[in-house]
Each structure stands twice: as structure tokens, then as C-alpha cells.
Design a binder for this molecule. Structure first.
Ligand code: IVH
Length: 673
């Protein structure tokens, strides 16, 4: 029995070490040494001691894998090194070209490669500092990902602390989170029994799970990980990719056993052929093979393009193709009024999922492929998610097939559907079209935008049909009675939705801009606009030239933004959103609030800002602007003809900044004076 706190501390350390060891044996090496019962006893003892001495709990303790619900936040985070994706190919000749490029680049005749399986899950980056897991993030756009640490911690094969066997300590590691096939099947069976919707495939299940808001749910789902890349390892001398992987294994990570060192392209191709046949026997899905130059110095010399490293490539196995029949062609109306023809297929099983619809994209595409209702077609699913109609099997025609004509009217509201000269799409001209409205509302509430849980397509559809919601702004006027009356739902669900709507007001500018669904302005553009302008008002006032001056905003996006805000209906809707209290300012990071607590007085005419703009900038960074100078004023910013305030400031010994100095401070986010 442990008596004193000192003893408890020692025992806690021992228990943690032992549990970590057994976790690794069980979850990483698949070679357990003790029974589940014995393991549970160790865990129980640790939990009891930690309950008795809460101040001895540390975040890396094995008891801390499941975070309390209220601590979960998926914030945007910048990756330590950009998370590049791999260039990929489906054919052997392109692989040979890759090999030739590598040889040419290095000035050698042959190169050593490492062949690895390309796991089909979702890529994550794990950051360790001082051996402790600090952060886990999704790939996102490669530069910024989403912080999903709390969920990743529930995966027992991710060490919360690196072992003592490794020299690694401050590192960034990349890996693939996935769901084993057998566990996926068992989970889906359970879901069906409970009347829940089954997941389409293991990859969707894994991707959906890591973004779950409740870590307890995540902990129950059978996620696992393989790591495959050490992207940051300062101060540690490693020469090859293989050495990195060995070191990661020593550090406690799960590294896939199925890999080979090959020299030259023929051996690489043989390896690919070998797995094409064998991949069905694995307990996880792979969609190809990754070929990596082994020597790290070679990797560095080859470098990367803006998207892919030049030292690696993924060979993807060809898509699974099957024939089926097109029973009908439906026309869907999207958020921007675009009409999309969709083939309704006789359901077929394609690499694990039943496919019953496939987009036909637009009328030109239908004409090009000569797709008719009743045709037998070849469909494929290219490893990824979206099924495609590859071609018509013309020999199967019996004369009953019907040529499809794209409607000239919107199938939902009956308004004209026109085709602009330089567009392939036909669009419904009625901005009030209920189909467009439903999609816009859904987009506004979606995870990437305002993230309003519970406000799904079904509910929105009913709200629109009943006339309760006619614009995005109406979402903020919904009350419990309306919700309960359109869809029979429990009081509690209605309350939760209203709470989510209320909470969404604080999402900040980038998400608001994205939620507006301006054509061509996706997530990246929304972030860039929010960063550059800080408030929605400033974005609305920007003209085309100004917008185009921003690095990542091209003429097409700029024009779309301007015309969106020119539309009186949009301006009015934004006004109503503001009135409802939707925050329209950019989130400024703690570090950016470098003027916190500082008081400013502005005087004289400034040239590059209006007074209001300067005040807004100061306030955004945490400072305050007052009109008169006093002993508590920290800075006076002077423009032309400052008048008496300048003398007063000097008299009181207050720091005076001219416009250039002020501009520099803001730009550098640093108070140098
Ligand atoms: S290496 C800088 N190795 O495939 C190189 N990726 O675009 C980083 N993937 O985003 C990637 N298995 O999510 C690598 N053995 C493997 C992989 C692998 C699966 C994923 C990864 C990446 C995507 C390719």
C-alpha cells in the first residue's frame, strides 16, 4: 500500500512506464505479454492514485487518453513543415519516367528506393516536443490543418510519450489513420442493428471519426495508425528513410512491416505487381504503392515542387470498373444555380460501396459520351470516393434508349436555366429558387463554414418549404416552436440546434465569408480575405484591382466577390446577419494582440489610412484609442498638421510615432519603441 505522496509519485511513475510498455506490446507490436485482466489492474491502480493526488496527473499519463468533452476544439493550426501530397500515376511508363527524372536529377545511373504500401485512410501530422505528444493535426490544405489532438490521443498506438530507446525528442511525424477492415465490418453491423446509418467504407469511417466532437465516441471506434514519414528531426543524424522508420519504431510508433528496399525500376514494378494481387488479403485498405528515394541527402537534393516532393511518387492501382444500366437521368440544382445531370444507376458494388448515382457533370459531357437513358455503361471508382461513368457500351443498345435533353427551365422553380457563353454549365437564373436556397443554407451551416450541428438538409428543406426560412439571415430568427412544428423533434434537440445557431455567431470572419458561398471563393480565399481585410465591411468596400493585388486572389475570384457584394439582396442579408449579432471580424490570435492594454491617440491627417481604419487596426490588435491625451496615453500617432496635441504629448514625455513608424509597427506586429 502506498502511504505518502512521495511513494505515490514513485509508484505512479512505475505504473505509467509499465502500462506504456504493455500498450506498445499490445497495440503496436501485436504481441501482448500480460492478460487483459492484469492490464486492467495496473490501470485501475494508476487511476486510483491519480484520483488521490490530482496534482500528479500529467497530460502524457495513460489515463489521459480520453479528454473531457468540453475541452474539444478543432482549431486551425499551421504545420511545422508543409504537408505535401504525393504525385501519382496509374501507369508503368510514367513510373519509368519518374525513375529517369530522379537519376538525371542526381546524376547517377541507379537509385535505391524504399517501397511502401499506400494506406487508404487520412493523413495526419503528429508533433512532439521534449518527447511528449503536443499536437496532432489533419492535413487540411497542406499549410494549415485542423487540431485534432484530443481525438488522436484516443488511438492507443500513438505514443503520448516517446520511449527511452530512441534519440528522437522534438519531431514531426506523418502517418495514416485508418480503420481495420474486420473492425469496420463489425462496427457497421452494430450500427445496422441499432438502426444507425452504416459507413460507406473504412476510409469514410476513419475520416468521420477523427472529426467527431465527442472523444468518448472516438475512443470506442477502432482507429489505428501507421506512420510513414519523419518530416522534422533537428539535431538527429539520420541518413536514410529506412533509418528514420527504424528510429520511429524504436520511439514506439507503428510502422508498416510490408516494405522493401529495391534498386532500379524493374524491382519496383515487380513489387507493385506482387501487391496488386495480394492486397485483398490485408486487414486494411491500400490504394497503391509509394516509391521513395531512400537516401535523405538525395531527397534533399531532389527537393520538391510546390505540391509534391520530387523524391517520391505513388503508383495507384487502376480503378475498379463494372457495367451497369442507367435507369434515369435526374437534374440537380446546386448552390449557385448550376444544373447538374446525375445518372441514376442500377446499383452496383464497386470496391466495397454500392454505387447508385454518378454525376454526368454537364450537357457537353453527356453529348461527348453519348449517354442515353437505358444505356449499359461502364462505371469506375478511382480509389477515391466519386464514381464516374467511363463510357457507354454501344453494342448493348437495343433501340429503346432515349436521348436526354438538358431542360431549359429549372426543374425546381421553373425559371429559365441559361448557359453563359464561356461556361459549360446551365444555371437557374432565379436567385430565390428554393433548391439554391436550401443548398446555400446547408453550406452556411456546414462544418467548414459556420458549423451548426443539427441543421441538416432534411430540416432545412422543411423550413424552406414552409416558408420559415427565406434567407441565411432567417436562421438566426428561428425559435423553438418553429423547429418543433416543422419537424417532430424533442425539445432537447430543438434547444441544441438553437444553441448551435447561437454559438455560430462567434465563428469569425473567415467562416462567414466562406459560408456566404461566393462563387470561386473557397476556403483558402476566405481565409486570405479575412486575413487581409479583418472585417466584412472592408472586404465589401474593396474593388477589383485591390482584391487582385492580393497574392492568392485571381481576376475570376475578384470579380465574383465584387459582384456578390454589389447585389442589393446580399447586402441586405449581411445587414440582417450583423443585426442578429453574427461576428464579422477576423479572429486575431493571442500573439497578434501585441497592442494589448496600450492607449493610443491619433492626431493630424494620416495619408495611408483614414482615422477610422487606423483605430480599427489598433483595436483589432488589442489596443485602445482615446480622443484626448493624458498621463495614461502610451502613444500618439501624428499625421500632417498635428496641432497642439503634439506639444502636449511631448510635454508629457509620451512616445510620438509618425505615420511610417506606426505602419511599420503594425506590419511587423512588434512594438519596437
Ligand atoms: S509519404 C512527403 N507514405 O498518401 C511525403 N504517404 O498524397 C509524405 N499515404 O498525403 C507522404 N501511405 O496521406 C506516404 N506509405 C506512405 C503512405 C502515404 C498513404 C497517403 C498520405 C499522403 C497521400 C498521398
Amino acid at each position: 500500500m502506498v502511504e505518502s505522496k512521495e511513494e505515490a509519485k514513485e509508484r505512479i511513475a512505475e505504473l505509467r512506464k509499465e502500462i506504456r510498455y504493455h500498450d506498445r506490446k499490445y497495440y503496436v507490436e501485436d504481441d501482448p505479454e500480460i492478460s487483459d485482466y492484469e492490464y486492467d489492474m495496473l490501470m485501475e491502480e494508476l487511476k486510483e492514485l491519480e484520483e488521490r493526488y490530482p496534482d500528479l496527473v500529467t497530460p502524457d499519463s495513460p489515463t489521459q487518453r480520453i479528454a473531457p468533452m468540453d475541452t474539444v476544439q478543432f482549431q486551425g493550426v499551421e504545420h511545422k513543415t508543409p504537408m505535401l501530397s504525393l504525385d501519382n500515376t496509374y501507369n508503368h511508363d510514367e513510373l519509368k519516367e519518374f525513375h529517369e527524372r530522379v537519376c538525371r536529377g542526381l546524376g547517377v545511373d541507379d537509385v535505391e528506393y524504399v517501397m511502401e504500401l499506400k494506406m487508404d485512410g487520412l493523413g495526419v501530422a503528429l508533433l512532439y516536443g521534449n518527447r511528449l505528444l503536443e499536437r496532432g493535426a489533419t492535413r487540411g490544405d497542406g499549410v494549415m490543418g485542423e487540431d485534432i489532438t484530443t481525438n488522436l490521443k484516443t488511438i492507443r498506438s500513438i505514443p503520448l510519450k516517446l520511449t527511452d530507446e530512441t534519440v528522437l525528442s522534438d519531431i514531426e511525424v506523418r502517418g495514416e489513420v485508418y480503420m481495420p477492415r474486420d473492425e469496420f465490418d463489425a462496427m457497421n453491423e452494430e450500427r445496422l442493428k441499432k438502426g444507425e446509418e452504416p459507413f460507406a467504407n473504412p476510409r469514410n469511417a476513419a475520416a468521420g471519426t477523427v472529426r467527431q466532437k465527442d472523444p468518448r465516441v472516438v475512443a470506442e471506434r477502432p482507429l489505428d495508425i501507421f506512420v510513414y514519414h519523419l518530416s522534422h528531426h533537428p539535431d538527429v543524424e539520420l541518413k536514410t528513410h529506412r533509418e528514420c522508420m527504424d528510429e520511429l519504431r524504436k520511439a514506439g510508433f507503428r510502422v508498416n512491416e510490408n516494405k522493401a528496399k529495391v534498386s532500379g525500376i524493374q524491382e519496383a514494378l515487380d513489387y507493385i505487381d506482387h501487391w496488386e494481387d495480394k492486397k485483398k488479403d490485408l486487414n486494411y485498405e491500400i490504394d497503391g504503392i509509394v516509391i521513395k528515394v531512400n537516401d535523405l541527402e538525395h531527397q534533399e537534393r531532389l527537393g520538391a515542387t510546390s505540391k509534391h516532393p520530387r523524391w517520391a511518387i505513388a503508383y495507384k492501382y487502376p480503378a475498379v470498373r463494372k457495367t451497369t444500366v442507367i435507369n434515369d437521368i435526374e437534374v440537380q440544382v446546386g448552390r449557385t444555380g448550376k444544373l447538374t445531370p446525375v445518372a441514376i444507376l442500377e446499383p452496383v458494388l464497386l470496391s466495397g460501396t454500392t454505387v447508385s448515382r454518378a454525376s454526368l457533370h454537364n450537357e457537353d459531357e453527356i453529348e461527348r459520351k453519348d449517354v442515353r437513358v437505358g444505356d449499359t455503361v461502364l462505371v469506375e471508382k478511382a480509389g477515391e470516393i466519386i464514381p464516374q461513368v467511363v463510357k457507354v457500351i454501344a453494342e448493348k443498345r437495343d433501340g429503346s434508349q432515349k436521348i436526354f435533353e438538358m431542360p431549359r427551365e429549372c426543374p425546381i422553380c421553373g425559371s429559365r436555366a441559361t448557359r453563359l457563353e464561356d461556361e459549360v454549365a446551365r444555371r437557374c437564373v432565379n436567385a430565390q429558387c428554393p433548391a439554391q436556397l436550401k443548398q446555400r443554407l446547408e453550406y452556411w451551416g456546414s462544418r467548414d463554414a459556420m458549423d451548426i450541428e443539427g441543421l441538416g438538409p432534411k430540416l432545412l428543406g422543411k423550413l424552406v418549404d414552409k416558408g420559415a426560412v427565406k434567407s441565411i439571415a432567417d436562421i438566426y430568427r428561428l425559435g423553438k416552436i418553429q423547429l418543433v412544428s416543422v419537424e417532430r423533434m424533442a425539445d432537447k434537440s430543438a434547444r441544441n440546434i438553437l444553441k448551435a445557431i447561437e454559438g455560430s455567431k462567434e465563428q469569425g470572419l473567415a467562416r462567414v465569408v466562406q459560408g456566404l458561398g461566393i462563387k470561386y471563393a473557397g476556403k483558402r480565399a476566405a481565409n486570405v480575405l479575412a486575413e487581409n481585410y479583418g472585417t466584412l465591411d472592408s472586404i465589401m468596400e474593396a474593388n477589383r484591382n485591390e482584391l487582385e493585388e492580393i497574392d492568392e486572389i485571381g481576376p475570376k475570384i475578384a470579380e465574383s466577390i465584387v459582384s456578390f457584394f454589389e447585389d442589393e439582396r446580399n447586402r441586405e442579408m449581411i445587414e440582417r446577419l450583423k443585426e442578429a449579432g453574427v461576428k464579422m471580424e477576423a479572429e486575431v490570435e493571442e500573439a497578434e494582440r501585441f497592442l494589448e492594454g496600450k492607449r493610443f491617440v491619433l492626431t493630424g491627417a494620416l495619408e495611408s489610412f483614414t482615422r477610422d481604419e487606423a483605430a480599427e487596426i489598433i483595436e483589432r490588435h488589442g489596443g485602445r484609442v482615446t480622443s484626448s491625451i493624458s498621463g495614461s496615453t502610451d502613444y500618439v500617432v501624428v499625421g500632417n498638421n498635428p496641432g497642439s496635441k503634439l506639444d502636449k504629448a511631448r510635454g508629457l514625455g509620451i512616445t510620438v510615432l509618425d505615420e511610417d513608424e506606426f505602419g511599420k509597427i503594425i506590419e511587423e506586429r512588434y512594438l519596437s519603441v
